[in-house]
Design a protein around this ligand. Structure first.
Ligand code: 13P
Ligand code: SF4
Length: 309
């Protein structure tokens, strides 16, 4: 008697049948990252979606990332295992006030973090990710006023790094990173004095002030790979541990989260499961559907971002 296929085997069969590619963000469960064709940060995933072959992109991340994939790869079917995989930054930044801002300040440059809805992207002049935000803002002429949205911690970080005074910042935040208290970080530093502190720029300013390295998820992975004999205090979502252990198997990683626990999982990212991935490959739902008009409008700031070297 032959054994029933595992979920992972079912996914691999469906992947072949559907001519699908599986893209995963670093915050996905390890079992999803294990089966993915490519794991990366939001900039790398956008590039991978643009360059993807086949008919289907199974996007294991949050909805705004899958929308970005659809804009860059409109002829492909883009599916996400769980339709409710949103993001607090997206939810805290509705499009109407942005349209109103645009009406009142037609000469300002609107730079949107990629963690925004497709409607907000369509109203933006430029997009950025946590990996290239400083570079993108530096690419804008110094005399232009910039509205940076929606993450205030990333915005403040960009303001400090660029020294730009004419940068207005939307007051959104990430429900995961914004709750990391500096008090807990200082306790961890006292406990592990030789560990290097690596942080995502969505963390509060006080946390970033005590960090040795600040960068996107993949930038953190690259930094850890380059310092692989050290131990680390990691100020980001703990799903990144899968990639960190791969590049630095002998290092120890200490996670600091909010006041009450050491769990730093993003509740939106973790809605995706292996079972839901299999089901979405079976039914090709939930599927990202965008109008041609919205795709055309969002493509412009996205292409401008990808063109900045
Ligand atoms: P990265 O672009 O660093 O992968 O970040 C995405 C994100 O949602 C961080 O919370
Ligand atoms: Fe959004 Fe924060 Fe989750 Fe990233 S970790 S997807 S910013 S809620």
């Amino acid at each position: 008697m032959t054994a029933a296929p595992t979920i992972a085997e079912e996914i691999l069969d469906l992947k072949r049948e559907r001519r699908a590619i599986i893209l995963a963000h670093h915050y996905q469960d390890a079992e999803i990252q294990e089966i993915a064709d490519f794991t990366g940060d939001s900039l790398e995933l956008a590039r991978a979606a643009r360059d993807a072959e086949g008919d289907v992109i199974a996007f294991c991340g949050v909805w705004f990332m899958a929308e970005t994939a659809k804009v860059l790869s409109p002829s492909r079917v883009v599916i996400v295992p769980d339709q409710n995989a949103s993001c607090s930054l997206v939810e805290g930044c509705p499009v109407e006030p942005i349209r109103e801002y645009r009406r009142r300040h037609p000469d300002h440059v609107i730079v949107s973090y990629i963690n925004t809805s497709i409607e907000v992207k369509a109203e933006s002049d430029l997009l950025c990710t946590s990996r290239n935000a400083v570079k993108i803002v530096n690419s804008i002429p110094a005399d232009k006023t910039v509205l940076f949205l929606p993450d205030r911690n990333l915005g403040n970080y960009v303001k400090r790094e660029t020294g730009r005074e004419n940068l207005k910042i939307w007051q959104g935040s990430c429900i995961v990173h914004n709750t990391f208290p500096v008090r807990r970080l200082l306790e961890a530093k006292a406990l592990y004095p030789s560990a290097i502190v690596v942080s995502h720029p969505e963390c509060p300013e006080a946390v970033l002030e005590h960090s040795d390295f600040i960068g996107s998820t993949s930038a953190i992975v690259d930094y850890v790979a380059a310092h692989a004999r050290r131990d680390f205090i990691v100020m980001t979502e703990s799903g990144v541990n899968f990639s960190l252990e791969r590049v630095a198997p002998t290092s120890k990683f200490h996670y600091v989260a909010n006041e009450n626990c050491n769990c730093s999982e993003c509740p939106f990212m973790r809605l995706n499961t292996l079972e839901k991935l299999r089901d979405s490959l079976r039914t090709l739902t939930p599927r990202v559907e965008l109008s041609a008009d919205l795709i055309a409008k969002a493509l412009l700031p996205l292409e401008r971002m990808l063109a900045v070297k």
